[in-house]
Every structure is written in C-alpha cells, then in structure tokens.
Design a protein around this ligand. Structure first.
Ligand code: SF4
Length: 219
C-alpha cells in the first residue's frame, strides 16, 4: 500500500528552506503595514502580475492612499498611472475606484471580514478573499493560487483539476496549523524551485519524498 504523503514534515522543511528567499509581495505588505485595505488592494494588484511589479506599484499607490476614501477620491486615469504596469491595469483601476466607493458606502471604509461579503467586492475571487482572511484577519482560510495547486498535485497530496477543487480537498485533509501559511510557503517555493516548467528537483529539499506527479521535464 502507498504510504501517505508526509505533508507536515515537508511543509516544515520548505518553510525553513524559503526563509532565505524574498517574501511574496502581499505577505511582505501584510507583515509590514498591518492594514486590511492594503492587503486587499495589493492582492488585487498581484493577479497576473510579477511579484516585483506588484510591490513597486502597490508602494506607489499607497503613497496616495491611506483609506478607502482616498481610493474613491482618485480618478481612474490617476489610478491607472499609479498602478501601471500591473496586469490588466485599466480593469483593476476601474475596480479599485468602485472598491473604494463600496467600502465607504457599505462598510464604513473598512474591509469586511467574511468570505461572502468579500466575494461581492469588485475584482475579488476566492483566492483574493482567502488571502485577505488569512493575512489581514488571521482567520483560518486556505488561499490556493497556481503554485499551491500545482505543487500539492505534484506531491500527489491532492488529485484535482482546478484551484477551487484543490482548496476544497485541502480543507478536508490539511492540518489546520498550515492553512494560513501554505500560500506564503509555496508561493516562494514555486517561484524559486518547484517552477511550473522544468522544476529544480536536483536541489529540492524534499526530492526524496516527492513522486513528481505530472512533471515531464526537470533540472
Ligand atoms: S522534487 Fe521537483 S517536483 Fe517535487 S517538490 Fe521538489 S522541485 Fe517540485
């Protein structure tokens, strides 16, 4: 019989391994600023955008935005100028302006703390909502992005087709102490080592237990 994948020792090992790497941009902002609004906005900016681009654009925007009122007050062209060149910057600028208005009208300028209300905000899907809940509110939430989805499938820990399916599978079996952390740990690991195409298996700290499911090429 196949032995179960040793998820806890593996995540522990990888979390120590990635300490030398730069933190993912949104985690960096969350730890640095302690602002739910900044976590939400930077998560929206980070979609389809390289980490270093997200960080620079977010920092430029936050020089002008300290509250939801500031966000609403900026015009769309101003927002475009501040967040360029993040991916889909025009759509994101439109969504950010709407976001500022909705936060002011419905939530007194604060970011809501539950999944249902977060999902009603413009530009917010499950991935963003889970990251905001985990990083801004310390809630038990699992943010499954492309890295978490890919790597947990390579390990054979889940066998799923989409990030949404991965989230549901992880909610059933991942020990809760890793729910908030798994995204931060595997984003860094996925960017540096367990890359989408041709991962660096020869230097990987967990190569001795990884079945490399679906990996066609490796270094
Ligand atoms: S051995 Fe390769 S596929 Fe497995 S976790 Fe490490 S880098 Fe990823």
């Amino acid at each position: 019989m196949q032995r179960p994948f040793p998820i806890e020792p593996v995540l522990q090992k990888i979390s120590e391994y990635v300490e030398a790497f730069q933190l993912p941009s949104v985690t960096h902002i969350a730890r640095d600023q302690h602002s739910p609004l900044y976590v939400l906005v930077s998560t929206i900016l980070s979609s389809r955008t390289k980490d270093e681009t997200t960080l620079v654009a977010a920092q430029r925007l936050f020089e002008h935005v300290g509250s939801a009122r500031d966000l609403e007050a900026l015009s769309e062209p101003e927002l475009v100028r501040l967040i360029y060149p993040v991916g889909f910057y025009r759509t994101k600028a439109r969504n950010l302006k709407k976001l500022g208005r909705i936060l002011n009208e419905r939530y007194g300028g604060l970011v809501p703390q539950n999944m249902a209300e977060l999902l009603e905000l413009p530009g917010v899907g499950r991935k963003t909502a889970n990251l905001v809940l985990a990083l801004a509110f310390d809630a038990d939430a699992i943010c499954v992005d492309t890295h978490v989805h890919r790597i947990t499938n390579r390990w054979g820990y889940v066998a799923t087709q989409t990030p949404a399916q991965t989230e549901m599978a992880l909610r059933k079996k991942l020990p809760s102490r890793w729910w908030k952390e798994i995204n931060t740990v595997l984003v860094s690991f996925g960017q540096q080592t367990c890359r989408p195409i041709s991962p660096f298996c020869s230097t990987c700290p967990v190569s001795n237990v990884c079945p490399r499911k679906g990996v066609l090429r490796k270094r």
